[in-house]
Structures are given as C-alpha cells and as structure tokens.
Design a protein around this ligand. Structure first.
Ligand code: AMP
Length: 323
C-alpha cells in the first residue's frame, strides 16, 4: 500500500482482510510502498513517513501479525530499485503507456504533473516489488489487475532472454474487489469519498447519512432498487446480521422502509466492526517505537531474500564480477 493518506474501508475489504486470512496459508510479505507514493507526491513528500507508520498500525490493528508475516518498507530494501532498473532494459515503453491507470490517473489527478518517467514506471516498479520475493500471488483490489497483467508479461519477456529466473505472479481478489465510496465512485482518498478506518463513530454515522443511494426513491413508500445500490453493497460486506439485511432488502424493494432506518443500521454495523480495530490501533500507536522496530526488522528480513534473488538475477544477465 502507498502511504499517501489514511486507510479506508476500500483498503480493508479490497486488500487488508485478504492479507489477514492469507497468513494462515502463505509466507506473506506486506510492505509500505513509499517509492510508489513518491511517483505521485514527489512535490510534497513530507507526509509519507508519517502515513507509513500510521498505515502499519492499521494493518496490525486489522490482524496482520508481524510474527507471522514480513512487514517492511520498500525504500529500506534498495534491491527493488536494482531489479526495476534491470527490468526496464527489456520492457517496451508502449507496454507501460497502455496500462489503463496511467492515462486515467493523469486525467483524474490533473492538479499533479504526472508526465514523469517515475509515474510511467509505476507498474514496472511494482513488478520488481513482487518478483524480487518470487511472489506467486498478490492480494489486491481490481484496480490493480492490469498492473499484474503487465507484471506477468514483463516476467515472461525477461525469462525469454535470460532463462527461468523470475516467477509469474497472479492476482488474488477478495469478494469485494472494488468498494464504492460515499458518492458511488470507487472509494479513494483522491476523491474525498472515504470512510476511514480511523473515523470515530459520529463521523461514520454522518458519512453514512450522506451516502448515495437509489436516486429514484424520493419517498420511503416508493419501491427501491437493491442491486448496485452502494448502501446495500455495504450491508452485504459489513453487516454480519444476514437476517436483518434480508429484511431490509425485502422492505426496500416493497417501498416499506425509509433510508434513515437502512442507513442507521448500516452505521451501527460499521461501528461495531471498527470499534475493536480502533482500540487495538490506540494501543499500538501508544508505542510508536514498536511500529518502527517491526518495520525495520521486517525490512532486514526482506532484504536477505531480495539479495539472494538479485544474486541470481545478476548471474542471469551476465553481470557477475567475481573478485
Ligand atoms: P492504494 O491506496 O492505491 O495503494 O491501494 C492499496 C490496496 O487497496 C490495493 O490493493 C488496492 O487495490 C486496494 N484498494 C484501494 N481502494 C479500494 C477500493 N475502493 N475497493 C477495493 N480495493 C481498494
């Protein structure tokens, strides 16, 4: 994850929940992509390290266990940059230019000048991040799927030149790979439509009241549409009381429930889910030196692996000078 702001519910259902579950079955590497944050925030990098520690606190509060998974910081493992450079030798520039997020983000973040080499190289750096750990699976939201497709193509091309050196990665999507925000666009910090993991219960309730819902339903007695309605998508994703959700859906379709009731029950379910995380987060943030230690220790562990991969890669590209 890029440390460009606070984490929100989209991060939780699109990635973090998966991160926690995958710890049971895989040797997991989770990292703060601070160089990736610089690709868009290079003009004002002052917030990155603060968000990095804040994000790691959220990961741990959500259940990522530093004893089981490796938590690290990208820039503390500079071998990522070396692999990125070597991959850049084989990647045709048009492959990067046609990644859909490249143009989309340039248009959507028009206030930032994203015509840089670093921003174009974003998904290539991501390929290096994955391949340097022989990553087979990458737990992401669906916005990242084209990046993973590029990663697979780049790895194949690299291997064509140099032999079976790198492993092709696959995306691992969650049941909610794209969570809408309050305005029904994708939830994203750049759209200011988020519910943050750190929002208090009053803020959550207030934001839920502002949520986009069926626009044709101007009165409670008009039958409403549940499918594609973000308020019900949230109920499905976050309200564990399936009977309550079914009852609300039935009455909504029949025009027999007001938006206020549907949203009040959603805010209650969200707050019940978030409260234990808020508590754990408070405990963790009370010991900032511990978060730093986890990130530094994890980076040391990651670096050992990254170095071993780079020794293999340097051999493959015939850049081994034995002294
Ligand atoms: P980013 O903040 O862009 O670095 O995203 C970090 C991770 O969260 C990526 O795996 C994204 O796919 C995922 N993510 C971000 N926003 C959403 C969303 N609204 N719905 C689902 N997943 C998301």
């Amino acid at each position: 994850m890029r440390p460009t702001g606070k984490l929100h519910l989209g991060h939780l259902v699109g990635a973090l929940k998966n991160w926690v579950d995958l710890q049971e079955r895989y040797d997991c590497f989770y990292f703060v992509a601070d160089w990736h944050a610089l690709t868009s925030d290079y003009a004002s990098p002052g917030g990155i390290t603060g968000y990095a520690l804040d994000n790691v606190a959220d990961w741990i509060a959500a259940g990522v266990d530093p004893d089981r998974s490796t938590i690290f910081v990208q820039s503390l493992v500079p071998e990522h940059a070396e692999l990125y450079l070597l991959l850049s030798m084989v990647v045709p520039v048009p492959w990067l230019e046609r990644v859909p997020t490249y143009k989309e983000q340039q248009e959507q973040l028009a206030e930032k000048d994203l015509s840089t080499f670093g921003f174009l190289g974003y998904p290539l750096l991501q390929t290096a991040d994955i391949a340097i750990y022989d990553g087979r699976f990458v737990p992401v939201g669906d916005d990242q799927v084209p990046h993973l497709e590029l990663s697979r193509e780049v790895v194949r091309r690299f291997n064509q030149f140099y032999g079976e050196v790198l492993v092709e990665p696959q995306p691992l999507l969650t049941p909610v790979p794209r969570l809408p925000g309050l305005d029904n666009r994708k939830m994203s910090k750049s759209y200011a439509n988020t519910i943050d993991l750190t929002d208090d219960s009053t803020t959550v309730a207030k934001k839920v009241r502002q949520m986009y819902t069926d626009p044709k339903r101007i009165r409670a007695d008009i039958p409403g549409t549940v499918e594609g309605n973000p308020v019900f998508m949230y109920h499905d994703a976050f309200n564990p009381d399936a009977a309550e959700v079914e009852d609300l859906k039935t009455r909504y379709r029949a025009g027999a429930v007001g938006d206020v009731e549907v949203k009040t029950k959603l805010a209650r379910a969200l707050n019940a889910m978030l409260e234990p995380m808020r508590e754990r987060r408070r405990d963790i943030l009370a010991r900032p030196e511990l978060i730093r230690e986890i990130a530094v220790e994890g980076s040391r562990k990651a670096r050992t692996m990254a170095r071993a991969t780079m020794a293999r890669v340097r051999d493959a590209v015939k850049l081994r000078y034995s002294v």
